[in-house]
Every structure is written in structure tokens, then in C-alpha cells.
Design a protein around this ligand. Structure first.
Ligand SMILES: O=P(O)(O)OC[C@H]1O[C@@H](O)[C@H](O)[C@@H](O)[C@@H]1O
Length: 228
């Protein structure tokens, strides 16, 4: 069996922009914070430079200087509070995600989340959608010292599931997130909610899909076996 048709035994999902199509609200909150601080940040700039990274890494780069922990927490809380207010009325799983999660569960395939989101944001999405029991492992920003694009968070998710990373299928929407999963050794599906298929493939995605409603036959076979 060649690596490209080897079975996949687990799935690791990014949260924001992948399980939920919410990056436009993160984007708006970051652009608003930057404006308030007298800095310029375009939505596109945010998407390529910052999306998927930890706030502890985004803020010093945005401000161009080191921040003490108190200032960092205050600015992160301000941005996240604004984001949650913007996104809360729109909370819902991305197209096809509910059916895919059910299929994975029925097939006995363990699933994890690897997200840069702090706990308040995870609670909004994961508890708000009743998903906490669905995932065997949820890895958040605070569990790794190096955020995406480093592979640490996807490696932690694979470890938590007890599955070799090469046997975990990763789903990601952000360029830096795709790089993180790829460098963890996972085959990656790029979800094109926020970034083009071309950019996600350049970052290392093997497949790109707009949502979870359809799968390439190769992925069907590797995840669910022939004839499923
Ligand atoms: O895409 P992920 O890893 O779920 O994380 C998205 C995160 O991206 C960051 O850029 C935001 O500041 C966080 O607030 C957000 O949660």
C-alpha cells in the first residue's frame, strides 16, 4: 500500500473558519482594534499574517513591540469580546460538518479539535453547538507554547487521540494552519471559507473543498473504506 492510499484512522479539525465559517467576524474585530490603536490592518493582511495564530503572538507583531502580560490580556479580551458579540447571532456549523461528524462517529473514527482560540471562544462555539462530547480531544492555544504555523498543536491533537499524525486527516482554512498540520505530517484538506484553493494548496493542502458536503472519492475510501 502506498502512503497516498493508506487508511486514515482519525480526523483533526481546526475550529474557526473550518468547523464554523466565522473568520469574517474575527477579521472585523481585529481591524476595529487596530484602528482604535491607530494602526492600519487590512482584512487581507489579517488573513495571511495572523489568522490561526495565538493572540500572544499576534498582538506584539501588530503593535511592533513587546507587551506586558496585563496589557496583552486586556487587548486580547477586548478583541475577543467584540468578536463574540459580532458572531454570536450567526453561530452554526459549517455546511456538511454535522453529517460528517455523525459519519465519523458511526464509523468509530476518533476526532479532535486543534484551535488557536482561547477558552471563551471555544465555549461559544463548542458548547454553544453542543459539540463537547463529540470530540475525544480539544487542544487550545494555551496548551502549546508555539502556535500555528508550528506543528505543535496538531501533534498534541494526534497524541491525544493516540494516532500517528500520518494517519490523521486534518481540516484547515488558514494558510498558517495548513502549514502547521502539514508539518505535523498530516494529510490536509483545505477548506476555502476564507482563502483561495490555490493559496491553500501552495501552503500544503492535498485537497481543497468549500465545505463538508462532498468528499473526493480517494478521501472517502481512505476514511470510510471502499463501498461505504
Ligand atoms: O483557526 P483557529 O485555530 O480555530 O483559531 C482562530 C483564532 O485566530 C486568531 O487569529 C484569533 O485571534 C483568535 O481569536 C481565533 O480564535
Amino acid at each position: 500500500m502506498t502512503p497516498s492510499d493508506a487508511p486514515l484512522r482519525a480526523a483533526v479539525f481546526d475550529m474557526d473558519g473550518t468547523l464554523v465559517d466565522n473568520m469574517v467576524f474575527h477579521n472585523q474585530a481585529w481591524v476595529a482594534l487596530a484602528r482604535k490603536l491607530g494602526l492600519s490592518l487590512t482584512a487581507e493582511d489579517f488573513q495571511t499574517r495572523f489568522a490561526g495564530r495565538k493572540n500572544e503572538e499576534i498582538l506584539p507583531e501588530l503593535l511592533g513591540r513587546a507587551l506586558d502580560p496585563e496589557e496583552l490580556q486586556r487587548l486580547a479580551d477586548e478583541k475577543e469580546g467584540h468578536y463574540r458579540t459580532l458572531y454570536r447571532p450567526h453561530l452554526k456549523l459549517h455546511r456538511g460538518a454535522e453529517a460528517l461528524l455523525s459519519r465519523l462517529r458511526a464509523a468509530g473514527i476518533p476526532v479532535a479539535i486543534a484551535t488557536a482560540a482561547p477558552e471563551g471562544n471555544r465555549a461559544l462555539v463548542i458548547d454553544g453547538l453542543g459539540l463537547r462530547p463529540v470530540f475525544q480531544r480539544i487542544v487550545g492555544a494555551e496548551e502549546v507554547s508555539r502556535g500555528k504555523p508550528f506543528p505543535d498543536i496538531f501533534l498534541a491533537a494526534a497524541r491525544g487521540l493516540g494516532v500517528d499524525p500520518s494517519e490523521c486527516l486534518a481540516f484547515e482554512d488558514a494558510i498558517l494552519g495548513v502549514m502547521s498540520a502539514r508539518d505535523a505530517g498530516m494529510p490536509v484538506v483545505g477548506i476555502t471559507t476564507t482563502t483561495t484553493a490555490v493559496q491553500l494548496r501552495q501552503a500544503g493542502a492535498l485537497w481543497t473543498l468549500p465545505d463538508f458536503t462532498t468528499f473526493p472519492p480517494e478521501l472517502e475510501a481512505r476514511l470510510f473504506g471502499a463501498g461505504v
